[in-house]
Design a protein around this ligand. Structure first.
Ligand code: FMN
Length: 261
């Protein structure tokens, strides 16, 4: 076999590398829109799942998710500082996670046990509609688990107090321990529990051990076995986001409006 010169070998290797780089970069660029669309549909499906509209195990195609989302979810942007709805912000394009990372659109909250370091000035409310009326409301929450920040959604019934569902869609907890925040049986036990007592104070918490049924033990739910630190992280997240530095002012306002009507 004829021997190739060193120049030829280097030239050939460089050409192969360049070709591969162009292919990888090209596919990253062409697939970017599709990836962003997939992330969007995934978030929409999480909102529909926590609202109890879509079953977690039920496979649905992206078009069906988008249709359901469009017909059942009405987005609103609120100002967390005073709990008012801000119609000057376009809810369909508002990116809360991006806003929380932008110092011009967020602030540092007081030190808190959920370890939330940045709170956006504006936040998204997902109003879940049924037959033209408010059925539930879904609120984004986040807080520190044992290892990393946990991101999820809490769904409340239209009384803005009773839990309709919980889900954590991103976390770094240990499989079999803290990652049991994803366990459907554990999540189902939240249903019907209450966040606020009659004075409007956040009372709900994840305890160590077992809680009674929601009817007699409304402010507590079962802890995750062998994962008390994650359970505490979940409690801290709820207390932060339902409290005055999170959605507290908005929730107080809408509960009062509901009570008055
Ligand atoms: C490798 C490893 C991973 C762990 N992961 C978690 C976890 O994800 N969440 C958690 O709360 N505890 C985790 N733990 C256990 C905690 O250190 C702690 O023991 C536990 O939260 C106490 O809960 P318990 O009182 O219910 O036993 C882990 C422990 C080890 C050794």
């Amino acid at each position: 076999m004829a021997e190739r010169s060193t120049g030829y070998v280097f030239g050939f290797a460089t050409a192969v590398c360049l070709g591969c780089a162009v292919l990888v970069a090209g596919s990253a660029v062409t697939l970017k829109d599709q990836q962003e669309a997939n992330v969007k549909v995934d978030k929409q499906s999480k909102v529909l799942i926590v609202a109890g509209i879509v079953d977690e195990d039920e496979p649905r195609d992206p078009a069906a998710i988008q249709d359901l989302y469009k017909s059942r979810i009405q987005l609103q942007v609120i100002k967390l500082a005073d709990g008012t709805v801000d119609e000057s912000v376009d809810a369909s394009t508002f990116d809360q996670a991006k806003a929380a990372r932008d110092p011009a659109m967020s602030h540092r909250p007081p030190e808190n046990s959920a370890k939330v370091l940045s709170v956006p000035e504006h936040a998204l409310i997902y109003n879940v509609m049924k037959d033209g009326k408010l059925d539930k409301v879904v609120l984004p929450i986040e807080g520190m688990g044992l290892w990393k920040m946990m991101y999820g959604y809490l769904a409340l019934e239209s009384d803005y107090n009773t839990v309709a569902g919980i889900t954590f869609y991103q976390h770094g907890e240990t499989p079999g321990l803290g990652a049991e925040v994803e366990n459907p049986v554990w999540k189902a036990r939240w249903k019907g529990r209450r966040i606020f007592d009659d004075a409007g104070v956040v009372q709900f918490r994840v305890i160590k051990g077992s809680a009674g049924p929601a009817s007699t033990d409304p402010f507590r739910t079962d802890g995750l076995s062998g994962a008390t630190l994650t359970s505490n992280g979940v409690t801290n997240s709820i207390h932060f986001w339902m409290g005055e530095n999170g959605f507290g002012k908005y929730l107080e306002k809408v509960r009062k409006q509901k009570g008055a009507s």
